[in-house]
Design a protein around this ligand. Structure first.
Ligand code: HSE
Length: 439
């Protein structure tokens, strides 16, 4: 074994991703050392349940239940936070930065909520904070935006940035699975967050969009400024109709700057043309399209969740942290955005075309009543479809494709339509997202 320099790190959290880091460093640690000249050594691991992990083969001398032992160990120079949540993880990351340890975290919720403060603290203490695993699992999107695209104004980012919801939508569309069955599969495969509500409500993607917006525009958009909608209301009828019209339904994170320097940050299920690559990103895979003013369109694709893929990003951060320690910032941490390049645009002012599905009484005058309201709000109809129903049926689905309008105007029209007594159930309103350069 070659005589490489050693960097000791403390690993807080040995769940799905933490275990991946431990296991994959056993597998490829020598490879990393041969490439970087530095051996990464997990000196201490903080867990909740010692017995569970010793039974799984983790040496008992590595384990503690107190993450402070990691932070207080002078030999440990890097703390890896993979415990999740925003309470204890916040305390851990703050304490580690104050103890002047480099920090690696995969915690997007923590950064979305406390990123402004933690980044400022890290700058003050002059310690690096790494978070490649926080966005899009195994895809090196943070490095790409921070380093490879540093010379670009970021015009827009469109991303499928949640593996669980993409898995659910794919299995529903391709295998006809129910929402519940597809979610169960995603959980079994270890894609979903400990609380899958974060995935299916769109908030996991929302947290990632906030991080991408900060990297792109230097602005920490507040949680309440981000419009986030989940996928639980999407049905087979929506998926099949979208397909028949040449679209797929994808949960898209959108981060973009308009010509008046308004920043749009939102997460919504959208109809995406099947002529675009994003429409064909299946299963747990993520894809992030980044548009720069110099580079044009770039597209990053890979596993968005899962133990191995996400641990690959953590190991990359660990290698960077170790390299910085040994070589005294011999390579860069990537830029920290100091400028602030725009104001947040309220979602009501964002513009797109739309898909609206209505469950209606199957009787005369219904379409007339709906189109009157749309016309009163200045919203044009592109097409109306009503899949045939049996003669004796009393209700039917109406699918409308609608011209471009602000989300505010569209929402007001939808609400007025919902109050018509011919409307049954809750209408489904989805954006039709036109990607740059696509129809
Ligand atoms: N639950 C997340 C997802 C894991 O499904 O994308 C990666 O952040």
């Amino acid at each position: 074994m070659e005589d490489f320099q050693i960097v000791h790190f403390g690993l807080a959290g040995l769940g799905n991703v933490g275990m991946g880091v431990y296991k994959n460093l056993l597998k490829n640690g020598e490879l990393v050392a041969s490439r970087s000249g530095i051996r990464l050594h997990a000196k201490r691991i903080a867990v909740r349940d010692v017995a569970k992990h010793t039974a799984a083969g983790i040496p008992a001398h590595l384990i503690t239940t107190d993450w402070r032992e990691l932070v207080n160990d002078p030999e440990i120079k890097v703390i890896v936070e993979l415990i999740g949540g925003t309470t204890e993880a916040y305390e851990l990351v703050r304490t580690a930065i104050q103890a002047r340890k480099a920090v690696v975290t995969g915690n997007k919720a923590l950064l979305a909520e406390h990123g402004r403060e933690l980044v400022a603290l890290a700058e003050k203490e002059n310690v690096p904070l790494y978070f490649e695993a926080a966005v899009a699992g195994g895809i090196p999107i943070i490095k790409a935006v921070r380093e490879a695209l540093i010379g670009n104004n970021i015009l827009a980012i469109y991303g499928i940035i949640n593996g669980t919801t993409n898995y659910i939508l794919t299995r529903m569309a391709d295998a006809g699975l129910s929402y519940e069955a597809a979610l169960g599969e995603a959980q079994e495969k270890g894609y979903a967050e400990a609380d899958p509500k974060l995935d299916v409500t769109g908030w996991d993607a929302g947290h990632k969009a906030i991080i991408l917006a900060w990297l792109s525009y230097g602005t920490w958009v507040k949680l309440e400024q981000v419009y986030v909608e989940g996928i639980a209301h999407i049905t087979q009828a929506d998926l099949q109709f979208a397909r028949s019209m040449g679209y797929a339904i994808k949960l898209l994170g959108v981060v973009r700057l308009d010509t008046s320097n308004n920043i749009e940050v939102r997460v919504q299920p959208c109809l995406v043309s099947r002529s675009s690559i994003l429409a064909h990103i299946s299963g747990v895979m993520n894809a992030v399209a980044v548009y720069g003013d110099i580079v044009g369109e770039t597209l990053f694709y890979g596993s968005g969740a899962g133990q191995d893929a996400t641990s690959s990003s953590v190991i990359s951060d660990l290698a960077d942290a170790a390299d910085n320690l040994i070589n005294e910032a011999g390579t860069n941490n990537g830029f920290v955005p100091h400028g602030q390049y725009g104001e947040c645009l309220p979602v009501e002012e964002t513009v797109s075309s739309y898909y609206l599905r209505l469950r209606v009484d199957d009787r005369l005058g219904v379409i007339a009543a709906i189109s009157t309201i749309l016309a009163q709000h200045g919203i044009g109809i592109l097409s109306i479809s009503q899949p045939e129903v049996a003669d004796e049926a009393t209700e039917a689905d109406l699918m409308l494709m609608l011209h471009r309008a602000t989300f505010g105007k569209m929402g007001a029209a939808r609400d007025e339509i919902t109050r018509l007594d011919c409307i049954k159930g809750v209408p489904v309103l989805l954006r039709v997202e036109a990607l740059p350069g696509k129809k």
